[in-house]
Design a protein around this ligand. Structure first.
Ligand SMILES: [Zn+2]
Length: 297
């Protein structure tokens, strides 16, 4: 039987986990772009008619990121897009060292750029998201909030976290004791889910791919943002909220789109040659044909 997109998202998370574990065993840190490229390769090979992707290897001058765009569509003909920043776990510290990355003291944070750029095109607002490539070998208790599949801790090999959650975590960082950090995987585990939940979870909502994705965003991602922001002191929370105020108007109202941006259509026609945004390294479209029917591993 042909694998569904859902099967491949699940198996790529296990592969990512295992690859990082093999790296760990010989003290070899693997980079996020390598993992992204190999995951896309496998998605394209297994789903030639469902996955379209284009990577721009030439960095444009002045760009300050290597963002990844995800566009999901399915039998409803609706669309939803994400602006994604991939981060790989640092195997020495079991943390995402560069989660709150900024070039230097005077430059803004990468997370803030990610949020800003996700909303830069008013007609096609995207959801800003982090994709965390993860592995650990020391944890005893692992939370499991997937409502569809049995727990498999290696599924956290590819996990997702809202960029708004990352922004709140940056302010939260000052509050918690120096021994632990919001960048530690153990801490983040409370707020993330494996990426297959976005693509295949029926526990958060039914329907074709874009419908499942938006329901998962509403019912899980937004909730995790609130859980983090509620832990901030009232003053800090107000301060961050006012900083994000401009985006929340659009973010709160994100709905499925009838059409994707024009450059996405060009990608489907294999005619996308120009990089649409300087910070976008890769654009991937997931066009689901075979909706998942299996509920089990
Ligand atoms: Zn799930």
């Amino acid at each position: 039987m042909r694998p569904t997109l859902c099967d491949t998202f699940k198996s790529r998370a296990l592969w990512t986990w295992d690859t990082l574990a093999r790296g760990r065993s010989v003290k070899c840190q693997i980079g996020e772009e390598t993992l992204t490229d190999l995951n896309i390769l496998e998605l394209k090979i297994r789903h030639a008619s469902e996955v379209y992707s284009k990577t721009f290897t030439k960095r444009k001058e002045g760009s300050n990121g290597a963002d990844w765009e995800w566009w999901f569509t399915g039998s409803s003909g609706k669309w939803i897009g994400f602006r994604v920043q991939a981060k790989v776990i640092d195997i020495d510290t079991d943390s995402f060292k560069h989660l709150h990355y900024h070039k230097n003291k005077n430059s803004g944070f990468q997370c803030d750029y990610l949020i800003k750029e996700a909303f830069s095109n008013k007609e096609f607002p995207m959801i800003p998201l982090y994709c965390l490539y993860s592995n650990w070998n020391t944890l005893s208790k692992v939370p499991w909030r997937c409502l569809t599949y049995y727990p498999v801790e290696e599924s956290y090999g590819c996990s997702i976290l809202s960029a708004f959650a990352v922004r709140y975590l940056r302010s939260f960082e000052k509050k918690i004791k120096s021994k632990s950090s919001t960048k530690d995987f153990e801490f983040l585990l409370n707020y993330i889910n494996p990426w297959h939940c976005l693509v295949c979870c029926r526990g958060y909502g039914e329907g074709d791919l874009p419908n499942r994705v938006i329901k998962y965003w509403r019912n899980f991602i937004r909730r995790s943002e609130r859980e983090i922001s509620e832990q901030l002191s009232l003053n800090t929370r107000r301060q961050v909220d006012s900083e994000l105020e401009n985006y929340y108007g659009t973010y709160n109202q994100i709905e499925l789109l009838d059409n994707p941006p024009e450059y996405v259509l060009r990608l489907l026609e294999n005619e996308l040659n120009e990089q649409p945004y300087p910070n976008v390294r890769t654009i991937t479209v997931f066009k689901e044909w075979d909706e998942p029917i299996s509920y089990n591993y």
